[in-house]
Design a protein around this ligand. Structure first.
Ligand code: GAR
Length: 216
């Protein structure tokens, strides 16, 4: 069966990209990464893609006078590569509504909190400051409002005594690396239906939409 064609958009380290590369290396994984795009020329993740033999393109946002022009270039590249699903993986640029709408239900994001809590940046420091006992991550479809959209999967991890933001981030990141390949798999298997603000996953028990303290 044809594998779903993915583009992964990054801005930095690329550890979620690497998790997707590793998952897609399995012969039975139903998706393949055909393009990695970065808005930053120095993004470390570009090397992960190159090492895996995946074509990379840098679209440096600084070269564009307007967001709409940057997004138009992204759109052109994605269409040119026949991309079927766009995966934002630490892509730290806000996208225009027009771009998001053009890719509605075909673009997903990973966010390092249990949405709708802690949208935006510095999620771990804010979670610690709020004194939450449980943190986590979310993979969701992208909508024009930042960090909103139907949720595919979430993982919950404990906040432990003595955690600083780096320790909590590392625990959440390990969960991210399990969630993202799973969410992509469900979409590639054609199991996902969107019903208003909710994503429904056929043939997967609801309990499997959440990973609790993965790795424990
Ligand atoms: C990840 O923790 C991801 O959830 C977060 O950036 C990190 C990227 O790490 N994304 C956001 O904060 C989006 N608002 P990575 O480059 O190693 O995958």
């Amino acid at each position: 069966m044809a594998r779903l064609k993915l583009a992964v958009l990054i801005s930095g380290r690329g550890s979620n990209l690497q998790a997707l590369i590793d998952a897609a290396a399995a012969p039975d994984y139903p998706a393949e990464i055909v393009l990695v795009l970065s808005n930053r020329p120095q993004a470390q993740g570009l090397a992960h893609a190159a090492a895996a033999g995946i074509p990379t393109t840098v679209v440096d946002h600084k070269r564009f006078a307007e967001r709409a022009l940057f997004d138009a270039e992204l759109d052109r590249l994605l269409r040119g590569h026949g991309i079927e699903l766009v995966c934002l993986a630490g892509f730290m640029r806000l996208l225009t509504d027009a771009f998001v709408e053009a890719w509605t239900d075909r673009m997903i994001n990973i966010h390092p909190s249990l949405l709708p809590a802690f949208k935006g940046l510095d999620t771990h420091a804010r979670a610690l400051a709020a004194g939450v006992r449980v943190a986590g991550c979310t993979v969701h479809f992208v909508r024009p409002e930042m960090d909103e959209g139907p949720i595919l999967i979430q993982a919950a991890v404990p906040v432990l005594p003595g955690d600083d933001a780096a320790a909590l981030a590392a625990r959440v990141l390990a969960a991210e690396h399990r969630c993202y390949p799973q969410a992509v798999r469900w979409i590639a298997e054609g199991r996902v239906r969107i019903d208003g603000s909710r994503a429904l996953i056929d043939g997967v028990a609801p309990a499997h939409h959440i990973l609790i303290n993965p790795g424990a």
